[in-house]
Design a protein around this ligand. Structure first.
Ligand code: PLP
Ligand code: COI
Length: 375
């Protein structure tokens, strides 16, 4: 259960820190930066700075810095290297129509980061420190913000156990780090429909496990399934539930939505094994505000197949920070494959994507107060 924010700050010794700013004495030269940003792909190009904040038991959060991006020296016995006590977040900053920089629902990322921390027996980072770290990095690395329609600055906050100790218990020391990466589309083919592979072999998360936390271990465990998907010509893996191996949970790095012939949307309920996606929640709100019915209910794989065959199921899409909203064209599984409608992007998927992107880039009225502007 989420803990109220007051309790978070009480636990972590103060909810605001002063950041020491040490500008990088050797930033990338403008011409080289432009060349790197011309076609950045996803997660390969990085900005000049990073933010670090330390935690020690009994001392709380301290030593908040903005400094040159650099390797992190680590002792070989650092706890994270052995027991994977690590969590992360992903969100984007956008070049907005009015020249400001926008962030989409960073407070929701801060809250999820704190929830992930609690699940992994880590101290939650105060929400204000999380938000201030984002603002400081964007301000100092603003030149790295892509101005293209597909481009954004992907922000990757993460935190790990760095006590030098091999016993199996929660670490007494942690390092929070924020890095930034100018990105284009997550999928190399852009907004084209992707193929997905329904894994017969692997599951992602069991009840009582860590499925709803954004911890690195969940992704490590998903890589064999992702490799299996790629061997079958698919961009993403679909995970079925770990108990009955019947109901759709989510994809390797995205949540999933179904659009039916009556215009309604269905998405699997959270229930502890699925990452509570911020895009998922935003899509549900936007669709409802546009007058659509949105239902959270389990979707069985055989139902997915039958409804695609009958034509009742019109569109399926994946959503997440990296993927935005990406249509799913073909579904492969060990017994064959099927297509969603004619396999091309559907009108509801395309419309929702446009509404979301317009909001994120400050082009639509922000009735939900989701956008943070940095001027
Ligand atoms: N599910 C998984 C496993 C993810 O890694 C992500 C991406 O962060 C999502 C869903 C979508 O979450 P969000 O919309 O908050 O980015
Ligand atoms: C994100 O969307 O931010 C993620 O962390 C998922 C991953 C596919 C990059």
């Amino acid at each position: 259960m989420p803990v109220p924010f007051m309790e978070v700050s009480a636990m972590s010794g103060g909810d605001k820190l002063d950041f020491e700013i040490r500008p990088n004495p050797q930033p990338v030269a403008p011409a080289e930066r432009d060349a790197l940003m011309a076609n950045p792909g996803f997660g390969r190009v990085f900005t000049d700075h990073m933010v670090t904040v330390r935690y020690a038991e009994g001392k709380g959060w301290y030593d908040a810095r903005v400094e040159a991006r650099a390797p992190i020296p680590m002792d070989p016995a650092s706890a994270v290297l052995h027991y994977a006590q690590e969590i992360f977040e992903g969100l984007k900053a956008y070049h907005a129509a009015d020249g400001s920089v926008t962030m989409f629902r960073p407070d929701a990322n801060a809250a999820r980061f704190a929830d992930s921390a609690r699940r992994m027996a880590m101290p939650p980072l105060p929400q204000q420190v999380f938000l201030d770290s984002l603002r400081h990095l964007i301000e100092i690395d603003r030149a790295w913000l892509p101005t293209t329609e597909e481009g954004s600055l992907y922000l990757r906050p993460f935190m790990f156990a760095n006590e030098v100790f091999l016993g199996v218990r929660p670490s007494n020391e942690y390092l929070y780090v924020l890095i930034g990466s100018p990105v284009g589309s997550y999928f190399p083919r852009g907004v084209q429909p992707v193929n997905v592979w329904v894994s017969p072999t692997y599951t992602r998360a069991a009840p009582g496990g860590t499925g709803e936390a954004k911890c690195g271990g969940n992704y490590a465990a998903s890589l064999a399934a992702q490799a299996e998907a790629m061997e079958h010509g698919c961009e993403q893996v679909v995970f079925l539930d770990a108990v009955q191996r019947r109901y759709v949970d989510e994809l390797g790095g995205m949540n999933v939505f179904y659009v039916y012939d009556d215009g309604s949307l269905v998405t699997p309920p959270l229930g502890g094994t699925i990452l509570p996606g911020i895009t998922r929640e935003s899509v549900m709100t936007l669709a409802r505000q546009a007058g659509r019915t949105v239902v959270e209910r389990p979707v069985a794989f055989d139902e997915w197949q039958a409804d695609a065959a009958s034509g009742r199921l019109r569109e399926v899409f994946a959503c997440g920070t990296a993927a935005v909203i990406t249509p799913i064209g073909v579904v492969r599984h060990p017994d064959g494959e099927f297509r969603i409608a004619d396999g091309s992007p559907g009108e509801v998927t395309t419309g929702l994507r446009q509404s979301l992107v317009d909001l994120q880039r400050g082009r639509a009225e922000d009735v939900n107060d989701w956008i943070h502007h940095i001027r």
